[in-house]
Write a protein that binds this ligand. Structure first.
Ligand code: UD1
Ligand code: UDP
Length: 365
């Protein structure tokens, strides 16, 4: 009997985690029947369709069209719509990734119908429960049957929470599977020609979307003021997340951003283009989870604009550094890198492009 498996995607960081797994499962059509379920948490072309194209994924088998909303509303909508799919389809296993609302919502649905759940990227903890993603991580790990960890700190966190070790599988970092598969293609991206900067000049790459950074005017200004000063020394390329675009409008900061001469504000870009922007950057300023990892793989210094990280290995082994959220601290750290005081790093264990292979092995009887 074939095992029926649902792979869940919903938001931008899910696509590059599920694509390699989808491909690996479909190598064994006699053993697995795999369906791709898209909740529609992210729905803009640039937050969703671009990734299906770049990552060569088929159209989802189910598209739940939940869209945006408050946490309660979005989570409830996903649960209501995905439950119907589960009741109709009765899979043997569902696999969820990361820490977005779609992750926790679908896991809760499945476990209540006694359908086993595997959590990809299990065990990560920022230990800050004010972060919505930390709640999603804790909830999903607590109810999942298979905890697939990207690094050994994940195993340690789960063991410390009393999770039996038979449930924990150190499989490695699946984002790196996608990165390794597509980095040659990404090198050919012409994104830098499209942005109006001299190709010989250095630039720093920026992303910003955490509610704690962009949902208050003071918090956002603290960071934008630092960008303003840093942009006097280096070009800044900023593919801006829709949440941040919205907040800049709400706080009336559009003119301020427009007037920063060397700040190149662009719409969110596809996967190849973003890998290219990362690999060529002098350094990265971000509050993203995944970008802390990708920059470590590329050996590009990363300044993380957050008081904590659920990915400490990017600091202990990689090129990442947390920066205090004060304008002067952000400027100081950036200037240190500009004057070539660069942190070097190593690539952590099992960030080797073979994570999907290790995962599929677990489920092959
Ligand atoms: C979500 C995840 C976050 C992840 C991020 C990746 C949760 C709780 N948060 O945050 O962990 O790091 O995705 O990018 O799941 N919007 C659009 N178009 C879209 C999607 C969103 O315009 O396609 C706008 C809407 O105004 C929406 C806002 O962005 O209200 C926030 O979207 P949402 O999915 O709630 O959270 P993110 O900030 O994207
Ligand atoms: N990314 C992208 N285009 C962009 C910004 C990010 O392709 O304009 C990719 C990035 O390479 C990484 C993932 O999106 O693979 C990270 O997603 P995001 O920062 O939205 O979410 P997080 O990791 O913080 O949850």
């Amino acid at each position: 009997m074939k095992k029926k498996i649902h792979l869940i995607v919903g938001a931008r960081p899910n696509f590059m985690k599920m694509a390699p797994l989808y491909k690996e499962f479909t190598k064994f059509p006699e053993e697995f029947e795999v369906k791709l379920i898209h909740t529609g948490q992210h729905y803009d072309e640039r937050m969703s369709k671009f990734f299906f194209d770049d990552l060569q994924m088929p159209k989802p088998d189910e598209y739940l069209e939940v869209g945006s909303g408050t946490h309660g509303k979005q989570t409830a909508k996903i649960m209501e719509r995905y439950e119907k799919v589960l009741l109709k389809d009765k899979p043997d296993l569902i696999i969820v990734a990361g820490d977005v609302n779609s992750t926790a919502a679908c896991a809760i649905d499945a476990v209540k119908l006694h359908i086993p759940v595997a959590h990809l990227e299990a065990g990560l903890r920022s230990f800050a429960r004010t972060m919505p993603e930390e709640i999603n991580r804790i909830l999903t790990d607590a109810i999942s049957n298979y905890l697939l960890t990207p690094s050994l700190d994940g195993d340690e966190n789960l063991l410390a929470e009393g999770v039996p070790k038979e449930k924990i599988f150190f499989v490695g970092n699946i984002m790196i599977d996608s990165l390794m598969q597509y980095q040659d293609r990404a090198k050919k991206s012409d994104i830098l020609n499209k942005i109006d900067i001299d190709s010989q000049q250095d630039y720093a790459l920026i992303t910003l979307h955490r509610p704690s950074n962009v949902d208050s005017k003071t918090g956002l200004l603290t960071i934008l003021n630092a960008f303003e000063e840093i942009s006097k020394s280096i070009n800044l390329i900023f593919p801006i997340h829709p949440r941040t675009t919205k907040q800049i409008k709400v706080f009336g900061l559009e003119e301020k951003v427009k007037n920063m001469k060397n700040l190149h504000l662009i719409l969110p870009v596809g996967y190849y283009d973003f890998l290219k922007l990362q690999m060529e950057a002098k350094f990265i300023l971000t509050d993203s989870g995944g970008i802390q990892e990708e920059s470590t793989y590329f050996g590009v210094p990363c300044l993380t604009l957050r008081p904590n990280t659920e990915r400490p290995i990017t600091i202990t082994e990689g090129t990442n550094k947390l920066v205090k959220l004060e304008t002067e601290d952000i400027i100081k750290e950036a200037k240190e890198i500009i004057s070539s005081n660069i942190k070097k790093g190593e690539i952590p264990k099992y960030w080797d492009g073979r994570t999907a292979e290790r995962i599929v092995k677990i489920f092959k009887d």
